[in-house]
Design a binder for this molecule. Sequence first.
Ligand code: SF4
Length: 465
Amino acid sequence: MKQLASSNSISWDTQLIKRHDLAGPRYTSYPTALQFDSSLSSINLLQQAKSTLQINQPLSLYFHIPFCAHVCYYCACNKVITAQRQRAQPYLDSLYQEMQYMAGHYSAGREVRQLHIGGGTPTFLSDSQIAQLMEKARQLFNLVDDQHGDFSIEIDPRECSADSLRNLRAIGFNRISIGIQDLHPQVQQAVNRVQDTGQIVQLIKQAKAEGFKSINVDLIYGLPHQSVESFSDTLAQVIEMSVDRLSVFNYAHMPDRFRPQRHIRDQDLPSPAQKLAIQQQSIIQLTEAGYVYIGMDHFAKPDDELSLAQASGQLQRNFQGYTTHADCDLVAMGVSAISKIGDLYYQNAHDLSIYTDLIEKQQQAICRGVTLTRDDKIRRDLIKELICHCYLDIDKFAAQQQLDFSQYFASELAQLEPLAKDGLLAVDHHSIQLTASGRLLVRRVCMIFDRYLPRQEQQKFSRII
Ligand code: SF4
């Protein structure tokens, strides 16, 4: 067992990981999207959402831009690959109709503290289209000033010039997330995402100079031709860039579900043992470089808001991953976007033409959703505590939820026993605490509290590690 940086209280136990590395959800929501019901009418869902909204509840906005100019072969996102830039404007026109409708439904002067544009490739849009989108958001919603809000956008470095980056800052974005994935030419060619390291370095330098308050980069391990050495080299270069946050995702090769992945040859992929070694090396290298392991593939500098929120017990989780803004209701717009309003989740149409048709007819495109039961809310809160803090104060939780914990979760507590014997966690009448080696397997522990999992097809999820 290799002990990693002590401040992060995480250690690596290969045997333990092999025994418990099942397929399971990432729990950006509970219940997961597999439980969304398409028989619920959009009007009913909207009425319920509005009735559950609290008047002083701040909002978080999300806009989905589905277009990409090129396909990355590892991609499992909902996107539309097209070289036709003119397709963006009709889509934006639909999005503006939806924004107008949702602002009328939810805004009422509520503060918007967080805004995120994701995709797809948001920088598929021209500078003036992004500026127009931001302008619409300001007209229709009550965005706080950029000292107090988090306004972020995903950037494809191949699609973002120095002028574009300057414009993004000028129109109010203060956070960026850059898709790097891997810096090695052979890996980049195998996944059809070739990008120049010098340009990325320059982009990050410029972002710091322009005053963006947070820079995140995404990396992926498990891609074709990667080895411990090659990925370690990518990490060393990224550490030099000194970004605030890193997401180091595990590539899940599921070519039956995601067509672009059929371009990736099985024989070029690292073996499961190599993937484990790459992940282990990544955690060692990043924590030794001073990053805090937040959990579930995420790292942040010690003075980053995520690290501070975790240290003070305030960390939250939503569809965008770890966040400090889960008190906000999330109004998500655009094709396939998922909203969370009070005790309700709902999702827009997944298909672009269905989305635009529905907007044309009814100004919103909600297709399915779920209203949380009391049991769902209890389990959601418990899973969130474990995912964010790897710890549950049972006494406090039972008092908040007004339940007898040992009785309510008798079956789950029994299922935790073998995991506790195996060293994943310590459990007694007062707390559940993941061990340093159990932290990497937190999803495995959460799965025990997931009431729906036995009924779901586990192959729909990627493996935990
Ligand atoms: S990874 Fe991003 S840029 Fe690449 S195809 Fe998928 S959504 Fe588009």
